[in-house]
Design a protein around this ligand. Structure first.
Ligand code: C2E
Ligand code: MG
Ligand code: MG
Length: 891
C-alpha cells in the first residue's frame, strides 16, 4: 500500500453525513442516489431546496414539490457559494453548488434560507459521496439506468483507493502489533485530527504509545494480544491521544488483527475523533453532578443544618468538581470588604479582599448576577484591583453573589488553573448553590431573631436573666477550671417607681435604655450586663482578682449612674443600690448560679436598707440572715398547722371624742423556742412567697370572728370596727374578695366595720387590675385603708384614682411632728389636707406622746393609734377595754 496519498485531492468530510452512508449503499440507481442526496440535504440538513443535475437538466430535486422557478434558479447557480437573485423566490438565500467528480459533468446544488445555518461542507461531502457511489456501484447504461456492479477492491486502481480513503471522515491505518509496533500506513486525516502529518506520525513507532493519555494506557494496550488474530473481534476502544499541540483528542477506534502475507499480525483500523461527543457527555455528567450537589445542599438546608456548616460543605463540594482549583466562600459586612469564611484548598493567603462596587466584577454581583473571568491574563484595568489578592496559578474564575431577602451575605468564588474553564452554565450552577445558601442563612437569621428574643431584653437589648444565668454558669465553670474568681453584681435603681408612675412608663423606659449602656461601659467586654426585668440589672464579672476589684467596679457603676440622665428632654438624677458577691471555687460553698444571684440580691437588699445609693458586699452577716430566712420560712409553715400564731389588737380612737372606734389586728408568733416573735421578723419573709396568704387568711378569720363577738349586742352606730393588714400577694391573689364575702356572710358581720389595710405596693400593680379587686371589695361594703402612707411611692394626686376610705399616715411623719421637724410636719399637713379633700378618714399611726397627739389632732386627723393610747393587746385586755364605758382619752 502506498502511504503517499495525493493530499491535493482531499475532500473535507463532514461527519454529519456518516449516518447516511448506508442509505447510499442501498441505492440501486444513480437517480435513486441523487434523490437520496437531495433529500438528505433538505430534510436532514436544513436546505430549502436541493437538486442534482447533469448537462440535460435536473436528475433529482427535493422537496418533491419544489417550484419550477426555484429549480431553474438552482440549475443555473454557479459553482461555489452564491446569493439568491433579488426578486426571485431564492432572494435572501445562499446557494452552494459543487460538481460531482467522475460523473461526466453532474452537479449538486442546494439553497439555505437566511435563518438557517449554511452547510456548504455537507454539500461538498455529499457531492463526493455521489462521486464515490458512481465510482463503486454505478455505470450509466445510456438509458438513465444504472447497472450495479460490485468492484473487488483489488481491482481498484491507486486513485480509487486514494479517493475512497480520503473521503472517509476518519483516520485509516495499518500498524504492527505492540505498543511500539511500526505503522505501515496512516491516512492523511491524521493531520487535521492530531496535527501530525502521516510522515511525522510514522517516523517514530513510539508516537502512539507516547500520545496515549496515561489514564487510558492500560485499557488501550489490553487489545495488543496475539490471540485476537483473525478473529472477528474488533474491540471498540475509546481513549485519548495527545495532539501535537498538547491537547487531548478522544478517539473511537475499531480495528481488526489480520495477518499480512508473511503471517505477521497487522492492525487494520479506523480511528474517529469523538471529542465533541465526549465533551458533550462530560458536560452532561458535570451538569448531573452539579444538580446533585445543589439537591444535596438543599436537603441539608431543609434539615436545618447550621448555615456555617452548609457554607463549609458547599465550598468543599464545589472544590471537588472537575476543573476547579479552589472554591471559597466570603462574607461581607459592607460593600467594601469581604472576609473569608471557608475555602476548599489553601491556594490563597488572603482572608480579606476588597469588594469594589464601582468596578467589575463588583457591579454585576450587586445586581445578583454571576461573573465569569475567562482569563486573568487579559489586559483589563477593571481586574487590576484584584490581581494582588489573586492566588497563584489561577487562570480563570467564576464568582456569584449569595443573596438574602434584602441583603447580600457574601460571594462564592471559584478558581481554575485553566483559561476559560467556566461556562455560563457553571455560573448558573453557582447561582443555584448560592440561592440554597442564601435561603438557609436568611432562615436561620429569623430563627436567630427568635433565639435573640428568648435571650434578650428587648427594651435595653441586654441579655435577659435566662442568658445571664447561662453566662454566669459558664463563668463559674471557667473559674473552676482556671482557678479564678467570679464577681456578681445585683443592681436595683432607687425609687424607680417614682419615675415610672410619676412621669410615665415612657420616661421609665427611656431611663432604663439610658442606664443600660452606662452599665456596659463600666465593665469589660468579657463581662455580661443583663436586665432581669423592671429596674433590676445583673452583672457577671467573669474574672476578678479579689473582692476589692468587684467593689471598684460597683463604685464605678454607681458613679456612672449618678450622672444626670436626659429623660424626655429633662435632666434627671437617679441612684442605684448594688449588691456584690464574689465566688471563689473550692472556697465558697455556693452550688449554682441561682444561689449566687440570691447572694447578690440579698446584698443589694442590704444596700437599700442602709439608705440606698450604695453598694453592699455579701458577707457572713447577710449569709446568716439568708440562712435564718430559710429557717423561718420552713418553721412558719409548721406554725400555722400547729396553731402557733396569735392576734394582738391595737385600739384606735376618734380624735374628736376620744372614744374607742376599733382595733387593728396585728399578728404574733408564739414560737416554741424563741418565745413571742414580732411580725417584723417573719412577715417580710412570708411575703416572699405564697406563705403570706396563709398568714393573712388565718388572721382575717380570727379577727372577724373576734370582732363579731365584740359587736354582739352593741347598739347600731356604736360598733367596734376591725382593721386587718393584707399583703399585696393576698389582695391580688385569687379569691380574696370571695374569702372576705364568705367571712362576712358566715358571721353576719356588718361590712362597714371591716377595714382592709393595703400597702402602696398593691396600687403599683396598675390602676385597672387593682381597681377590679378594690371595687369588688367596695361592693361588699368593706372599707379600704392605705397603710403606712408616705413611705411608698404613691404621689398624692394618685390617691384619687382608687376607691379608698382611709389613709394611715406613716409613723415616720408622726415622729417628725414629735421632734418638731418643720419639713415632716409640712408633709403630714399636706397628707391630711389631701385626705380630707378626698373625703377620706385620716388616721395617725404610732402616736406615742401627748405632743404628737395634740399635733395630729390640730392637723385635722380623724383618728389615732399608738402606744400613748395602748399597745397591741391580747384579746382579754382588748375586751376589757371595750367594756369600759368612758372615752379612752379625754381631750
Ligand atoms: P402596721 O400595719 O403599720 O402596724 C402598726 C405597727 O406599728 C405595729 O407593729 C404596731 O405595734 C406598731 N405601733 C403601734 N403604735 C406604735 C407606737 O406608738 N410606737 C411604735 N414604735 N410602734 C407602734 P407590729 O405589730 O410589729 O406590726 C408591724 C407590721 O407588720 C405592721 O405594720 C404590718 O405592716 C405588719 N403586720 C402585722 N400583722 C400583719 C398581718 O396579719 N398581716 C400582714 N400582711 N401584715 C401584718
Ligand atoms: Mg397596719
Ligand atoms: Mg402602718
Amino acid at each position: 500500500m502506498n502511504p503517499r496519498i495525493n493530499s491535493q485531492r482531499i475532500t473535507p468530510a463532514s461527519s454529519a453525513l456518516i449516518p447516511f452512508l448506508p442509505e447510499f449503499r442501498d441505492c440501486r440507481s444513480l437517480i435513486e442516489a441523487a434523490g437520496t442526496a437531495a433529500r438528505i440535504l433538505t430534510e436532514e440538513l436544513g436546505a430549502a431546496g436541493a437538486i442534482v443535475l447533469d448537462e440535460n437538466g435536473p436528475v433529482a430535486a427535493r422537496p418533491t414539490n419544489l417550484d419550477a422557478p426555484v429549480i431553474a434558479e438552482l440549475s443555473t447557480a454557479p459553482s461555489g457559494i452564491s446569493a439568491g437573485v433579488t426578486a426571485t423566490p431564492l432572494a435572501g438565500h445562499t446557494i452552494a453548488g459543487y460538481p460531482i467528480r467522475n460523473s461526466g459533468g453532474m452537479r449538486l446544488t442546494a439553497a439555505w434560507g437566511p435563518q438557517v445555518a449554511l452547510r456548504t461542507d455537507e454539500v461538498r461531502s455529499t457531492a463526493s459521496i455521489l462521486a464515490e457511489w458512481i465510482h463503486q456501484f454505478g455505470q450509466e447504461d445510456g438509458g438513465g439506468r444504472t447497472r450495479l456492479r460490485g468492484i473487488p477492491a483489488r481491482d481498484l486502481n491507486q486513485d480509487d483507493f486514494t479517493d475512497l480513503i480520503e473521503t472517509i471522515p476518519a483516520i485509516v491505518y495499518l500498524a504492527e502489533m505492540g505498543e511500539s509496533g511500526r505503522w505501515r500506513y496512516v491516512s492523511p486525516q491524521i493531520e487535521s485530527v492530531l496535527g501530525y502529518t502521516p510522515e511525522e506520525w510514522m517516523a517514530d513507532p513510539n508516537n502512539w504509545f507516547h500520545a496515549l493519555h496515561p489514564d487510558d494506557r492500560d485499557y488501550a494496550l489490553a487489545f495488543e494480544d496475539q490471540r485476537l488474530i483473525g478473529l472477528d473481534i474488533h474491540p471498540p476502544a475509546e481513549y485519548r491521544l495527545k495532539a501535537r499541540d498538547g491537547h487531548y483528542v478522544w478517539m473511537f477506534e475499531r480495528a481488526r488483527l489480520l495477518p499480512d502475507k508473511d503471517g505477521s499480525p497487522i492492525w487494520h483500523g479506523v480511528m474517529q475523533d469523538i471529542s465533541a461527543l465526549k465533551s458533550a457527555e462530560v458536560e452532561l455528567a458535570q451538569k448531573a453532578e452539579q444538580q446533585l450537589l445543589v439537591a444535596r445542599l438543599g436537603d441539608m438546608a431543609v434539615r436545618g443544618e447550621d448555615p456555617d456548616e452548609l457554607l463549609r460543605t458547599a465550598a468543599s463540594w464545589i472544590g471537588r468538581l472537575d476543573r476547579v482549583l479552589e472554591a471559597s466562600i466570603w462574607e461581607q459586612e459592607d460593600y467594601e470588604r469581604l472576609h473569608l469564611c471557608h475555602r476548599s484548598a489553601d491556594i490563597g493567603q488572603q482572608t480579606v479582599i476588597p469588594f469594589l462596587t464601582s468596578t467589575f466584577p463588583g457591579a454585576p454581583l450587586i445586581k445578583g448576577e454571576p461573573v465569569l473571568i475567562p482569563n486573568w491574563n487579559q489586559q483589563d484595568p477593571r481586574l487590576d484591583p484584584y490581581r494582588d489578592v489573586l492566588p497563584e496559578n489561577v487562570m480563570s474564575s467564576a464568582i456569584t453573589p449569595i443573596l438574602g431577602a434584602d441583603q447580600q451575605f457574601g460571594l462564592i468564588i471559584v478558581h481554575s488553573d485553566r483559561a476559560g474553564a467556566f461556562t455560563e452554565e457553571d455560573g448558573n450552577f453557582l447561582l443555584a448553590t448560592a440561592n440554597v445558601l442564601g435561603n438557609a442563612i436568611e432562615r436561620t437569621r429569623s430563627d436567630q431573631s427568635l433565639h435573640y428574643r428568648l435571650n434578650h431584653d428587648l427594651l435595653t437589648e441586654l441579655p435577659n436573666r435566662r442568658l445571664f444565668t447561662s453566662r454566669l454558669a459558664d463563668a463559674m465553670e471557667a473559674a473552676e477550671r482556671d482557678g479564678t474568681m467570679v464577681g456578681l453584681l445585683f443592681l436595683d435603681l432607687d425609687h424607680f417607681k417614682l419615675i415610672n408612675d410619676g412621669i410615665g412608663h415612657h420616661a421609665g423606659d427611656e431611663m432604663l435604655r439610658e442606664v443600660a449602656p452606662r452599665l456596659s461601659r463600666s465593665v469589660r467586654r468579657s463581662d455580661t450586663v443583663s436586665r432581669f426585668g423592671g429596674d433590676e440589672f445583673g452583672i457577671v464579672l467573669s474574672s476578678v482578682a479579689d473582692e476589692a476589684e468587684a467593689w471598684e467596679i460597683a463604685e464605678r457603676i454607681l458613679a456612672e449612674i449618678s450622672q444626670p440622665i436626659a429623660v424626655e428632654g429633662t435632666e434627671r438624677l437617679i441612684t442605684a443600690s448594688v449588691g456584690i458577691t464574689v465566688w471563689q471555687p473550692g472556697v465558697d460553698s455556693v452550688v449554682g448560679p441561682e444561689d449566687l444571684i440570691q447572694e447578690a440580691d440579698a446584698a443589694m437588699y442590704q444596700a437599700k436598707e442602709a439608705g440606698r445609693a450604695r453598694a453592699h458586699m455579701f458577707g457572713a452577716a447577710i449569709q446568716e440572715k439568708m440562712v435564718r430566712r430559710l429557717e423561718v420560712e420552713r418553721e412558719l409553715h409548721r406554725a400555722i398547722e400547729r396553731d402557733e400564731l396569735a392576734v394582738a389588737y391595737q385600739p384606735m380612737i376618734d380624735l374628736g371624742s376620744g372614744n374607742l372606734v376599733g382595733f387593728e389586728a396585728l399578728v404574733r408568733w408564739r414560737h416554741p423556742d424563741k418565745g413571742l416573735v414580732q411580725p417584723g421578723d417573719f412577715i417580710p419573709i412570708a411575703e416572699e412567697s405564697e406563705l403570706i396568704r396563709k398568714v393573712d387568711t388565718w388572721v382575717i378569720r380570727q379577727a372577724i370572728a373576734q370582732a363579731t363577738e365584740w359587736n354582739r349586742g352593741r347598739p347600731a352606730g356604736r360598733g367596734i370596727s376591725i382593721s386587718v393588714n393584707s399583703s399585696t400577694r393576698q389582695v391580688r391573689g385569687e379569691g380574696f374578695t370571695d374569702l372576705v364575702s364568705g367571712l362576712l356572710e358566715r358571721h353576719d358581720f356588718p361590712p362597714e366595720l371591716l377595714t382592709i389595710e393595703l400597702t402602696e405596693t398593691v396600687l403599683l400593680a396598675g390602676t385597672r387590675q387593682v381597681n377590679t379587686v378594690l371595687e369588688g371589695l367596695k361592693r361588699l361594703g368593706v372599707r379600704l385603708a392605705l397603710d403606712d402612707f408616705g413611705t411608698g411611692f404613691s404621689s398624692l394626686s394618685y390617691l384619687g384614682e382608687f376607691p379608698l376610705d382611709e389613709i394611715k399616715i406613716d409613723r415616720k411623719f408622726i415622729d417628725y411632728l414629735g421632734v418638731g421637724d418643720p419639713r415632716g410636719s409640712a408633709i403630714a399637713n399636706a397628707i391630711v389636707q389631701i385626705g380630707r379633700s378626698l373625703s377620706m378618714t385620716v388616721v395617725a399611726e404610732a402616736v406615742s406622746s401627748e405632743t404628737t397627739l395634740q399635733m395630729v389632732r390640730d392637723l385635722g386627723c380623724h383618728a389615732a393609734q399608738g402606744y400613748l393610747i395602748a399597745k397591741p393587746l391580747w384579746t382579754p385586755d382588748a375586751t376589757a377595754l371595750i367594756e369600759r364605758q368612758d372615752p379612752l382619752y379625754a381631750f
